[in-house]
Write a protein that binds this ligand. Structure first.
Ligand SMILES: [Zn+2]
Length: 554
């Protein structure tokens, strides 16, 4: 099927960006791209895939996961017990590399598992710019999917200093330079200011939007606002991507609401919002509860805000985050092993194993709160499916979430199985909404493509990347989405009935906004004073990436 013209015929197509809701359409493909049907009726396709009776969607897009870079690799090393006794190991075949699974799969296995699930693009949400090469090297070893990452900037010394000195042009120029230097796709804030304070003393953190960060005097509110404004001024394809302060803490919903307000109308994506929607007071577990309703009201009324959920599913996984103090917090709560690291001038990370139990009051609330988010946001274009892989669960749990959203009987039965207080008090008991296939196509591909500003992904119109997933319809939506009938990447048939027919080298997506020439002198002087790395050695060179695509700003 190389570069020849071919078509997928007779399938029921769900392509929300082009308003196609289950109508039968033919999809024409050539050279890795979807093309318009030939005007000359005598033109014949070189081959035809008969999709009659099947469901056709664009390839899935995971806009928030943790799959590459130093933190992910440290997590693999922290969890050898997941692979003890030959468990979670995949053997080499004629077509595939060997690998390991578990909560943090190896690079090769990550690519095979995503494509097997019908996902063709994924973004790692937290890479320190100093470690960008590590992430790019792992991406080179991640077959079948396109990928990219967000670069951590919420505790970066240059960023905080520019904000403190009220130099918006320096901030904007630095962020533009940083994105291009790291070959990153978007700007990520993780616990803005809090990771810096954590570095000064164990247990250190910022606890509100207005608590100043030691030595810099800036607040999380200023960081969120000024970086969101810079992302808009640079016309980045994706808004600032925000992991709010106080993740996981009872009563943190007010911090989340304040963070959304701090955007002051600028675009902002609030990530894994489930972990930031809690009522109740610290020290008394019984008061823990859901504050999705007031937060969802705010999201519904403010089109500048989008979210992904960060759904929790019951079972064992690994928590990993650029939020250094969080790993310490989880270690204290659960008594597990943990790992913490500092990245000079830039960020940090925390890692800890975690097991979500359906009879735990807190875990049951986390599960229910995630589902409440999907069901209470009215506009599906601004809510994206995520588990914050692997923090809430593996990305392999997406089909289970789809069933919970599409089948209210299944959802009500599952609610009966969790901690009784949650079964009684969660809004879920009264939420009858069921997602349609069209809405599922929005929250798993069309919506994330739109929020990421990826004009050639998430749809099946002419000019789109020919990333197509074809499912056999089934009453049980978990089964339907677990095992696609066909997965096509860049026009190539990669998966048939769960069998990987060939591998494919996906590309890395990045942005490189322009900036004033004097910025490099300014950043260079600062660099030579404080970093352990020479300025000229810091940026990732163009030829460091094997297959890359620069996405335009504006
Ligand atoms: Zn995350």
């Amino acid at each position: 099927m190389t570069d020849a013209l071919w078509k997928i015929t007779g399938g029921r197509v769900y392509d929300p960006l082009n308003g196609v809701d289950g109508q039968v359409r033919d999809i024409w493909i050539q050279g890795g791209t979807i093309v318009a049907p030939p005007e000359d009726p005598h033109v014949r396709p070189a081959s035809t895939l008969n999709a009659a009776g099947l469901v056709v969607m664009p390839g899935g897009i995971d806009m928030h996961c943790h799959i590459a870079g130093p933190k992910v690799n440290a997590a693999r090393k922290l969890r050898p017990e997941e692979r003890r006794g030959g468990r979670n190991v995949v053997s080499r075949t004629a077509r595939t590399h060997s690998g390991t699974l578990g909560s943090v799969p190896s690079t090769f296995a990550t690519g095979y598992k995503y494509i097997g699930l019908g996902y063709t693009t994924a973004f790692d949400a937290a890479v320190p710019p100093l470690m960008a090469r590590h992430a790019h090297e792992e991406f080179d070893d991640m077959p079948c999917i396109d990928k990219g990452f967000y670069v951590l900037a919420g505790n970066n010394h240059f960023v905080m200093r520019a904000i403190q000195e009220r130099q918006p042009d320096q901030l904007k120029g630095f962020l533009a330079w940083l994105l291009g230097a790291a070959k990153a796709y978007a700007i990520k804030l993780v616990n803005p200011g809090g990771v810096e304070v954590w570095k000064h003393h164990a247990g250190g953190n910022v606890h509100s939007l207005d608590e100043p960060v030691d030595y810099f005097g800036v607040t999380a509110r200023q960081i969120v606002h000024d970086v969101a404004a810079a992302a808009d001024a640079l016309k980045l394809p994706h808004s600032v991507h925000v992991h709010c302060n106080n993740l996981g803490l009872p009563g943190n919903w007010t911090t989340t609401l304040q963070t959304m307000k701090a955007l002051e109308g600028h675009r902002g994506h609030i990530t894994h919002i489930q972990f930031h929607s809690y009522g109740g007071g610290e020290g008394d577990e019984t008061t823990f509860n859901s504050k999705v309703a007031p937060l969802a009201d705010y999201v519904n009324e403010h089109p500048n805000v989008s979210i992904d959920v960060g759904q929790v599913l019951f079972g064992e996984t690994t928590s990993m985050t650029g939020d250094g103090p969080l790993g310490y917090y989880l270690h204290n709560v659960y008594g597990t092993k943990w790992f913490s690291a500092d990245v000079e001038m830039e960020s940090g990370c925390g890692i800890a194993p975690i097991k979500y139990r359906n009879k735990s009051l807190i875990h049951a609330w986390q599960w229910a709160i995630g589902l409440e988010w999907y069901l209470l946001v009215q506009d599906p274009w601004r809510v994206v499916m995520s588990t914050d892989h692997p923090n809430g669960a593996s990305f392999l749990a997406y089909p289970q979430i789809i069933r919970l959203l599409m089948d209210r009987t299944y959802r009500q039965d599952a609610l009966k199985d969790v901690h009784a207080t949650v079964g009684k008090n969660s809004a879920l008991a009264d939420l009858d909404r069921e997602y349609s296939l069209y809405e599922i196509a929005i929250i798993t591909r069309a919506g994330p493509a739109k929020l990421l500003g990826l004009k050639h992904k998430g749809h099946l119109g002419p000019g789109a990347d020919a990333d197509v997933t074809i499912y056999t319809p089934h009453e049980d939506k978990e089964l339907m989405f677990q095992l696609p009938r066909y997965v096509i990447k860049s026009g190539q048939m990669l998966v048939e009935d769960g069998d990987l027919r060939q591998t494919w080298e996906g590309k890395t997506l990045y942005v490189a906004p322009s900036y004033d020439a004097d910025m490099e002198r300014l950043i260079g002087d600062w660099f030579e004073q404080y970093y352990s790395v020479r300025f000229r050695n810091y940026p990732v060179a163009d030829d460091y990436l094997h297959a890359a695509e620069q996405v335009a700003c504006g």
